[in-house]
Design a protein around this ligand. Structure first.
Ligand SMILES: Cc1cc2nc3c(=O)[nH]c(=O)nc-3n(C[C@H](O)[C@H](O)[C@H](O)COP(=O)(O)O)c2cc1C
Length: 391
């Protein structure tokens, strides 16, 4: 199977300009100014986290429709990379959970990401846990969430993706409904895979959220084999049906010991998976002890998970070498953190909590750090080979 290029996903040939954007064009030929996120953050942080989320996206969607959003955010230098047979315009992606229903992909695509991962989506709609279920820990640039896969179900997500203009690299992250017994979890994943297959550039299998009872049990034992085998078999059928092979990635937790990581790595190779995403949020609290909200139930993300995720990436890389690409996520708050993930063996990175604390400028900063790192590596190689590098 050949390389998948942005634009091939929906068979569209390019960006479709909206009518309102076309009207705004003559007035807005150039970048207005870079919007300093630091100005908006005090206002956003004065709201409850979920309220701030809805407020931000109601404005981002509006500004995108008016053609203004891309003029308010910094541009990101192209930094193409091929991973899982997919050509990414740059290696910095949006991590799952921010856009669970794929409602905001047009706005998000304007921010300069090399790829977007939407979801987690479950076969049927479900409300998630009661509010409040998301908490900021600003002293440690962290968040605790126990959203519990609140989403409108896979049919709604598919409609949203079809309605969007987005033609870039789109990962769709799938999960199981809270009401499905864990013994039947594979049926939910297979159903979701079937529904999203045609629209996703790659599909992520999320078995690492701490907020769905027993979900993390799927990371080991017989249940992992049952799940991976079911997905492998379903993908074979889908390849026959659609004539295209979509890469599958598995997303794992930071709270695994080395034996568990090794066992997952081996099974990913055995079942023909294409990538591993490390990591999701942690259930540990050592790094935030004593802080307000530290004892809230849920998954902890941001700075406290950086080191844990790094260790998982290093262990995966020791086991897998270059055989299976690693997507690094967890606590990336700066370009240096993105570089650190790359040095540990990650080919791509994803951001979530960093965006909330740093805003969209973080995307370009990470991309730049990774671009320079890659250039250094290329220079070293070419010096060794006795030739000079041309970019
Ligand atoms: C509010 C919130 C919701 C999340 N929802 C999901 C989700 O639905 N699916 C998933 O795979 N990861 C989810 N995550 C985990 C993130 O994608 C990411 O793996 C994790 O937060 C570590 O990265 P970070 O420190 O950059 O946030 C969520 C994280 C947060 C903070």
């Amino acid at each position: 199977m050949g390389t998948i290029r942005a634009g091939q996903r929906t068979g569209q040939s390019g960006h479709k300009p909206s009518v309102s954007a076309a009207v705004a064009q003559p007035f807005l030929q150039t970048r207005i100014m870079q919007f300093p996120y630091e100005w908006a953050r005090p206002l956003l942080f004065s709201m409850e986290p979920e309220e701030a989320h809805h407020f931000t996206f109601s404005w981002a969607d509006r500004l995108q429709r008016w053609g203004l959003l891309k003029r308010l955010v910094p541009t990101v230098t192209p930094n193409p990379i091929k991973v899982m047979g997919i050509e990414f315009p740059n290696p910095v992606g949006l991590s799952a959970g921010l856009d669970k229903n794929a409602e905001h992909i047009d706005a998000l695509s304007t921010l300069g990401f090399g790829f977007l991962e939407v979801g987690t989506v479950t076969p049927r709609a479900q409300p998630g846990n009661p509010q409040p279920r998301m908490f900021r820990l600003p002293e440690r640039q962290a968040i605790i969430n126990r959203l519990g896969f609140n989403n409108e179900g896979v049919d709604a997500l598919v409609k949203n993706v079809r309605r969007s203009q987005f033609v870039g690299v789109l990962g769709i992250n799938i999960g199981k409904n809270a009401s499905t017994p864990v013994e039947q979890a594979h049926e939910d994943y297979v159903k979701a895979l079937r529904e999203v297959y045609a629209l996703a550039t790659y599909v992520t299998v999320n078995i690492s959220s701490p907020n769905t009872k027993n979900l993390r049990d799927l990371q080991g034992g017989d249940s992992l084999d049952v799940l991976l085998a079911a997905l492998r078999d379903e993908r074979r059928r889908l390849i026959d049906e659609h004539g295209v092979r979509r890469p599958l990635a598995l997303k794992i937790a930071p709270d695994l010991d080395n034996d568990q990581i090794d066992s997952i790595a081996d099974r990913l190779m055995h079942y023909g998976f294409d990538a591993v995403i490390a990591t999701n949020t942690t259930i540990t609290r050592d790094a935030v002890k004593g802080l307000p909200h530290a004892e809230e139930t849920g998954g902890l993300s941001g700075t406290p998970v950086r080191e844990m995720s790094l260790k998982v990436i290093q262990r995966l890389h020791d086991r897998l070498g270059e055989d299976l690409p690693i997507i690094g996520v967890g606590g990336i708050m700066s370009g240096a953190d993105a570089r650190e993930k790359m040095d540990a063996g990650a080919k791509l990175v994803q951001l979530y909590t960093g965006l909330i604390y740093r805003g969209p400028a973080l995307i370009g900063e990470c991309n730049e750090a990774m671009r320079l790192t890659l250039r250094e590596i290329k220079m070293k190689h070419s010096k060794r080979a006795g030739s000079s590098v041309t970019e």
